[in-house]
Design a protein around this ligand. Structure first.
Ligand code: GLU
Length: 476
């Protein structure tokens, strides 16, 4: 069997982490099977669909490395095929027009509620006589199209994640609306379950991999495949991503959109890695840090969990830090240069910038930390409380003075670290202070605080752009 899977996002919002994770599983499965990963933009909600959301979704997928095969299918362009399928179901008596008004339906549901029953459509217009129908039409009533769901039907499939699944027709809420309300001689806008079946069949999708919130839809869709005489794909329902309270992760939980993760400074590699781990466990002996390519070599549904996956920021941060710590200076510069440019900083030269990247890499968790931590190399930092205190320590002033004197005679070019250490020893000795006092004071002078990366390298970078002596001078 040719493996063809698809992601079917609705461009009614930005690329959500849940959708992106579904994309990851689809992509991994397709890759593992040597199959194809397709994209279908479900843009039939005209009011809420926007081109900028489509752009955001495509950009997000590409950024994550989830490249799709073939041109994306645009669902709204396939409406004729959807209508044809609905007409076929109408012609064969498998679907019918329901003229019940919204008010009637509301009253029906209220009565069900009052009787302690679950809300469902009571199939009241399933068997209208042609006279009744003519009467409704003469009254100018509009109608939806409903697909007949036999209460006695049993629906079963072997879910690739959840194993054997069973649904009763009676639990599907009554005959299902497949086309929105329209004039009685028209077919209104086709609805989700119908269009998905028609499109998945036309795209020859072999496996539908999507979140478990679609399980009831799968039961309905299987009935439609059968009614339309179309071969049904296999189904895999992946666990939902949960927030710390164990509820489905939603917009209310803050950052959920892939572009926001990017802005926050997460790398595509760490995020894709993390999303894979949200619901999939690595085979024994495999490291939890991997690329999508590496995961695809071993990916299968046997290791996809049934239980929901809690979103864990600490783990994502850890993975991101590992990725950044492993970057070569070149890779890091490529990632940071746009952010530094955005901050309005001019990079003196490539060598210097690479050296700065090498210095910062081990302490980054998020890419944007590389902006905050680079700031003192581009802008003179304010003097903070701990820096000030250090400069007031006994001998600090004498030590700085002595170092400045030495530098005024022979400035250090920032390259040879042995030379720098010698300079510090000599300056401390001639000021009669401990080398430690001078080193801490030098750090306070250069960075305005006592925390920071390797001192000699920091000093070297500032010396190379002629920024060391002025910062020492301001402390006297
Ligand atoms: N447009 C649907 C969604 O975003 C697609 C679901 C499906 O994969 O069938 O939830």
């Amino acid at each position: 069997m040719k493996v063809r899977v698809r992601l079917a996002p609705s461009p009614t919002g930005t690329l959500h982490i849940g959708t992106a994770r579904t994309a990851v599983f689809n992509w991994l499965f397709a890759r593992h099977q040597g199959g194809q990963f397709l994209l279908r933009l479900e843009d039939t909600d005209k009011e809420r669909s926007r081109p900028e959301f489509t752009a955001n979704i495509l950009e997000g997928l590409e950024w994550l490395g989830l490249r799709w095969d073939e041109e994306p299918v645009i669902q709204s362009e396939r409406i004729a095929a959807h209508r044809t399928a609905i007409q076929e179901l109408l012609d064969r008596g498998l679907a019918y027009r329901c003229y019940a008004t919204e008010t009637e339906l509301e009253a029906m549901r209220a009565a069900q509620k009052a009787n302690g029953q679950a809300p469902r459509y009571d199939n009241r217009h399933r068997a209208l006589s042609s006279e009744q129908e003519a009467e409704f039409q003469a009254e100018g009533k509009t109608a939806v199209v409903r697909f007949r769901i036999d209460d006695a039907a049993t629906i079963g499939w072997k879910d690739l994640v959840r194993g054997p699944m069973h649904w009763n027709g009676a639990d599907l809420g009554g005959d299902m609306v497949i086309a929105r309300r329209a004039a009685a001689d028209e077919i209104g806008d086709p609805l989700y379950n119908l269009v998905v079946v028609v499109d998945d069949a036309a795209m020859e999708i072999s496996h539908v991999i999507r979140g478990e919130d679609h399980i009831a839809n799968t039961a309905k869709q299987l009935l439609l495949y059968e009614a339309l005489g179309l071969p049904a794909p296999k189904f895999a329902h992946t666990p939902l991503i949960l927030n710390s309270e164990g509820r489905k992760l939603s917009k209310r939980d803050g950052v959920t959109s892939i572009s926001d993760f990017k802005t926050m400074g997460y790398t595509a590699k760490a995020l894709a890695n993390y999303m894979t781990l949200l619901g999939w466990s690595v085979p024994e002996g495999m490291d939890e840090q991997f690329t999508l390519e590496e995961a695809s070599a071993v990916f299968g549904f046997d290791r996809v969990n049934k239980a929901g996956a809690k979103f864990d920021w600490d783990k994502l941060n850890w993975l991101n830090a590992q990725v950044l710590h492993g970057y070569t200076p070149d890779q890091l510069l490529e990632a940071l240069e746009p952010l530094w440019n955005e901050a309005g900083w001019d990079l003196p030269n490539r060598d210097w910038s690479l050296a700065l990247c090498e210095l910062l890499a081990p302490s980054l968790t998020l890419l944007k930390d590389g902006v905050e931590q680079a700031r003192p190399f581009f802008e003179e930092p304010p003097m903070e409380e701990d820096g000030l205190q250090q400069l007031r320590v006994d001998g600090a002033q004498a030590a700085i003075n002595s170092l400045l004197n030495a530098l005024n005679k022979a400035p250090w070019d920032g390259i040879d670290h042995e030379q720098a250490k010698q300079l510090l020893s000599d300056a401390a000795a001639s000021a009669g202070v401990k080398k430690g006092v001078l080193m801490k004071s030098l750090r306070a002078a250069l960075l305005g605080r006592l925390q920071g990366p390797d001192l000699i390298t920091t000093w070297g970078l500032l010396a190379r752009i002629g920024e060391d002596r002025s910062r020492l001078r301001r402390c006297l």
